[in-house]
Ligand binder design. Structure first.
Ligand code: APR
Length: 248
């Protein structure tokens, strides 16, 4: 049986499937990932631009990268991979998407069960007084926007050096421990604690299906099926395979 049909069969037989997604699922929406050849970290040193201490000591410098990300996020639309995951949820074949992405594209594609493990870009927050403003209410300039209290506002992304939002962490661990299928889509699995989730799922007896043209940092012994295709190709093909299985 080919790998797409095998993945569709595992989903159809599953009782509780979850998806763990990363930047790769949004590459076909025009947002570069982080660690591929032309990824964001090939242009910005992650610990120099992606760490919360860098933002606190030099917000103007980090803002240059954040402004570039904001333009990419603003222009991006869901691609067929995001739409396919929303369709799997509509068919009650997928319970929740745990995403490391901050682009809100899963929600825009119609997914309702979304856990944003690394935050989002819909609001900005002041770490001085806690005030929040919506991204839409701001016209961004070359300088970071300031809060009324004088501190620089920062997006609600989780920077390196910051905790995962508690509710997202607890929900994601619970989902990983409860699932019997985990789709790992477009993530190198290079960053903890998100990279621990596949191991929790495996320990719970889940089938681990990777969708990524490249190998990722999960040992192959832990992976039941690796579909080395882009997400925008593989996921719609899985929906078609499910339809074929239904019409039997
Ligand atoms: N379809 C599927 N996978 C793809 C595609 C695609 N079209 N394009 C790229 N990929 C894969 C790459 O091969 C790679 O394995 O997506 C993965 C992207 O990995 P990273 O760039 O490391 O992104 P991600 O795993 O999301 O990074 C995790 O690191 O920098 C932090 O907070 C940031 O959330 C991010 C976290």
């Amino acid at each position: 049986m080919n790998e797409i049909r095998r993945a569709a069969q595992l989903l159809a037989r599953g009782r509780f499937a979850v998806a763990l997604t990363g930047a790769g699922i949004s590459v076909e929406s025009g947002i570069p990932d982080f660690r591929s050849e032309n990824g964001l970290w090939s242009r910005y040193e992650p610990m120099e631009y992606g760490h919360i201490s860098s933002f606190r000591t030099n917000p103007g410098k980090v803002w240059k990268m954040l402004l570039e990300m904001d333009a990419l996020l603003g222009a991006a639309r869901p691609n067929p991979a995001h739409v396919a995951l929303a369709e799997l949820e509509n068919r009650a074949l997928l319970k929740v998407v745990i995403t490391q992405n901050v682009d809100s594209l899963h929600q825009k594609a119609g997914s309702r069960g979304v856990i944003e493990f690394h935050g989002h870009g819909r609001t900005l927050r002041c770490d001085g007084c806690g005030d929040r403003v919506s991204r839409e209410s701001l016209r961004l300039t070359a300088e970071p926007p300031l809060c009324g209290c004088g501190n620089a506002l920062r997006p609600e992304f989780v920077f390196f050096g910051e905790q995962i939002p508690r509710e997202a962490y607890v929900g994601a661990v619970e989902a990983a421990r409860s699932c019997d299928v985990m789709l790992i889509i477009g993530t190198s699995a290079a960053v903890a604690p998100a990279s621990h989730l596949p191991f929790l799922a495996k320990k719970a007896g889940a089938s681990i299906i990777v969708i990524d043209p490249q190998d990722i940092e999960i040992p192959s012994a832990c992976i039941d099926l690796h579909i080395a295709q882009s997400a925008g190709t593989a996921l719609p093909a899985m929906i078609r395979a499910l339809d074929e299985q239904d019409t039997g």
